[in-house]
Design a protein around this ligand. Sequence first.
Ligand SMILES: Cc1cc2nc3c(=O)[nH]c(=O)nc-3n(C[C@H](O)[C@H](O)[C@H](O)COP(=O)(O)O)c2cc1C
Length: 160
Amino acid sequence: MQILLALASLSGNTREVARAVRARCEAAGHALTWLETDIQSLAEVAPDPRRYDLFLLGSWTDNAGRTPAEMKRFIAELVAAMGKPPRVAVFGTGETQWGEEYFCGAVQRIATFFNSPFPRLSIEQMPHGVRDALAITTWTDKVLADCKKLSHADHHRHVA
Ligand SMILES: Cc1cc2nc3c(=O)[nH]c(=O)nc-3n(C[C@H](O)[C@H](O)[C@H](O)COP(=O)(O)O)c2cc1C
């Protein structure tokens, strides 16, 4: 599959998760385009976003569970270019010390906005240890497997 991974990371936690997700996707034989929303635009990196089978969006969470401005900008650009893609999976990092109800709020908000059919991945701060590594690989494998199933279902709907 062709995958676009777009991320917003201020201090590197989400970038660490994104690197592990990218490694897993590439190990499974998928082609992945990497986009950092604070310094790159969709037009620069992926001028034809319709060619992607899957969008992976990774984000830190800003004040009171909000989506950071750079990720909002990217989402606005994506939706302007092609509407809401059907296959968007969301991951991110946050901190429970900002309040349980706000923990990784951006992950929830973005997934809800896109009506994401995939599970969400929320990691506390910098990923570390076997547990986080396993959570990341398990989530990535599940998203890739679900995406394949959804693509087949779409294909059968089109030819039916
Ligand atoms: C101003 C500010 C507000 C934050 N608010 C929240 C929040 O509401 N919920 C949350 O889960 N994390 C919150 N965080 C924590 C970050 O999302 C968390 O440290 C994250 O791992 C940073 O990711 P990054 O290293 O990729 O930038 C906040 C951080 C900052 C700087």
